[in-house]
Design a protein around this ligand. Structure first.
Ligand code: BDP
Length: 659
């Protein structure tokens, strides 16, 4: 039986699958071959397309050439997710070895639109580069007094949880699964990595609620994962310890996991934040993080599940007066000695930079230093430090730089061989992401997880083409223009040259240059009257630069070879230090901050001119956010420029007024 396409609740933006997307495959004579849940999903999609645009779908007939489109299972060489597509003799044929592959093949045809049915073209094979393409939702079941319902969420409440339990109405979740499949995402975790008491019980007596969500997502090939607390054997099981080497603890996890699989046979596995920012972990028992991860991997292994063990481990109570401790070093220092000790069903999930999702960071050296460990790279689609979905900041180019980075000794499969994971930016907001243009970040993440070396600009145009079908060039060009350079614009008016932070403590929105400077979190810029930046070299600094292999360690070690954009991440330099651009550091700070604001002004003008070319609600929401972005960008400019003018006493070389 074909599965009906999920219905979007009234007023919810269709994002990159507007009703007209059905036109691509509607109006055709289609044959579907094969069976299984995802084949029924594919059939449902085509049935709906034909209902809207005419055409006809038949199942399992012998192909006789009279079809425009044939979608079928066959062959076993394409893996569960790959597909092949070819067009000859007036028929477009998509073949896959598994249901997921067939679904991805269908969405490929949707993306191609008319081109999928034009002329003839040779067989192409498409396979995801990474098997795991996952979103972590930092959603609390209950509303947290400080963090709200979604930690670092800027798009309303949770899609999954309402009134302290799983939503009873899951249409929106089904529609969400459909959107995710259409950009290639195949896994999600449904609760916050900071596991509070109510959420902890999702693992045990409340697993039924997780099962309801998993059932809603399954037809679109999305596997469900759960964040769990390392202390669960104590807090939920009543045991006196959570020691990973204790037999009763191991037994408890084995049994709890068996019950999880009873409820959710295709459950993906656990996500764990341990010994980090107050979460419990193996250190309490003098055990290593490999011991901790392997405990859960052993419980999951019989069922084919995986534990995602996060490498975000650092001391958040450090002495800020001590310049030798360095938060950037911590993940490497903790984990590299454990390379080779992690079980096969454990993935170490590493934030892309050594600090915390800043607008500019070097790629984490840990990613090149654990060749015998399955590593996943973690990105942050939610814009915690990049404008919180009030500012336009399309992160495609940044992620692409990360994914193309090649440490010398990279193992087979590249940087993210254990998968690509990102913190979601979605909530129950009618536009999904608060800022309608932040949808582009989610879409781009999915597509880069499928193909990490894809050209981000092309992915952006794909998103524009799907979300704004039949748009005149003025509109597509305008959308491209306001998004394409927005990350660099954001970087210009915020913390300069890779130094990071300078945000308001706690909520992390808006400027506060010294906000974290005298706090224990380890995020400093060390500005004084003579200079600014963090000395992370070997000679007089923290030695962080030495955590890289060749050629990076040498390149970062010296201010002469360190790339400009990371200079203050790696070096403390005088304000008069001359960058490769030929400008002094202080003049660079002034210039970029003026330019950043001007660029936002220009983008806003482009946006204003697009009124009338799109859905008015979308246009109005973005216009309103541009007002705030501009106000905030000016605030950043004025605070940062005044701060450095007062510290350095150096006037602007171009004579502009700095307070
Ligand atoms: C930081 C967030 C915090 C998260 C933490 C994490 O500020 O809310 O809990 O990352 O990744 O960026 O665990």
């Amino acid at each position: 039986m074909p599965l009906p396409v999920p219905v979007l609740p009234e007023g919810v933006d269709p994002a990159w699958l507007p009703p007209v997307a059905f036109r691509a495959v509607g109006g055709r004579r289609t044959l579907i071959r094969g069976s299984g849940l995802l084949v029924e999903t594919v059939h449902g999609e085509l049935a709906e397309a034909c209902r809207r645009f005419g055409g006809r779908v038949v199942r399992d007939a012998v192909p006789d050439g009279a079809y425009d489109l044939v979608l079928g299972l066959g062959g076993d060489d394409l893996g569960d997710e790959g597909f092949a597509a070819v067009r000859e003799g007036g028929t477009t044929t998509v073949t896959a070895s598994g249901g997921r592959g067939l679904l991805y093949g269908l969405f490929h045809v949707v993306r191609l639109g008319e081109a999928a049915f034009t002329g003839g073209w040779a067989r192409e094979v498409h396979r995801p580069a990474l098997a795991l393409r996952m979103l972590d939702h930092w959603d609390n079941v209950a509303v947290h007094p400080v963090m709200g319902q979604v930690e670092r969420g800027y798009a309303g409440g949770s899609l999954f949880w309402e009134d302290g339990r799983a939503r009873r109405e899951l249409d929106r979740v089904r529609a969400y699964g459909r959107l995710l499949a259409a950009c290639g995402i195949n896994a999600i975790s449904v609760n916050n990595v900071n596991v509070h008491a109510a959420e902890a019980r999702l693992l045990t007596d409340r697993i039924g609620e997780v099962a309801e969500i998993a059932a809603a997502l399954r037809p679109y090939g999305i596997r469900t994962h759960l964040s769990v607390s390392f202390a669960a054997p104590i807090t939920l099981g009543g045991l006196p310890t959570a020691d990973p080497l204790d037999e009763t603890v191991r037994g408890w996890w084995a049994e709890a996991t068996r019950r999880v699989y009873e409820a959710i046979p295709d459950f993906g596995g656990y996500v764990v934040k341990a010994d980090s920012e107050g979460q419990p972990g193996p250190f309490a028992y003098s055990r290593s993080h490999a011991d901790g991860a392997n405990l859960l991997a052993a419980a999951l292994e019989p069922f084919g599940g995986t534990v995602h063990w996060r490498a975000f481990v650092y001391d958040h109570r450090q002495d800020w007066r001590d310049r030798t401790t360095d938060r950037a070093r911590s993940a490497y220092d903790h984990f590299v000695p454990l390379d080779g000790e992690f079980a096969a069903h454990a993935v170490l999930q590493v934030k892309h930079g050594p600090m915390d999702f800043q607008v500019r960071e070097p790629v984490s050296p840990l990613l090149g230093a654990m060749p015998r460990t399955r590593l996943a790279v973690e990105l942050q689609v939610t814009q915690e430090y990049t404008g919180q979905q009030r500012h336009v900041c399309w992160l495609g180019p940044m992620w692409s730089e990360v994914l193309r980075f090649r440490p010398e000794d990279i193992g087979v499969g590249g940087l993210a061989r254990g998968g690509l994971v990102a913190v979601s930016n979605v909530g129950d907001d009618p536009f999904w992401t608060g800022h309608p243009l932040a949808q582009a970040n989610l879409y781009t993440f999915g597509r880069l997880a499928w193909q990490p070396d894809a050209e981000p600009g092309a992915v952006l145009d794909e998103w524009i083409g799907l979300g704004f079908p039949d748009a005149p060039e003025e509109l597509t060009g305008g959308l491209h223009a306001v998004l394409d350079g927005s990350w660099r614009t954001y970087e210009k008016y915020t913390a300069p040259l890779g130094v990071g932070f300078m945000v308001q403590p706690g909520h992390h929105y808006g400027p506060s240059v010294d906000g974290y400077e005298y706090s224990p979190w380890g995020t400093y810029h060390f500005a004084d009257r003579d200079g600014v930046g963090v000395d992370r070299g070997a000679a007089s600094g923290t030695g962080y630069a030495g955590q890289y292999g060749k050629p990076w360690a040498e390149l970062y070690e010296s201010p002469d070879t360190c790339p400009d954009e990371l200079l203050l991440f790696f070096h403390h330099v005088p304000y008069g230090h001359v960058l490769k651009s030929g400008k002094t550091v202080i003049q660079h700070i002034y210039d970029t901050h003026f330019e950043g604001v001007e660029e936002v002004e220009e983008a806003r003008a482009v946006w204003d001119a697009l009124a009338g070319l799109m859905d008015p609600a979308r246009h109005a929401r973005v216009a309103e956010r541009y007002e705030e972005q501009l106000r905030s960008a000016r605030e950043w400019r004025d605070q940062v420029n005044s701060y450095f003018f007062r510290k350095s006493g150096v006037p602007d070389g171009r004579g502009r007024r700095i307070h």
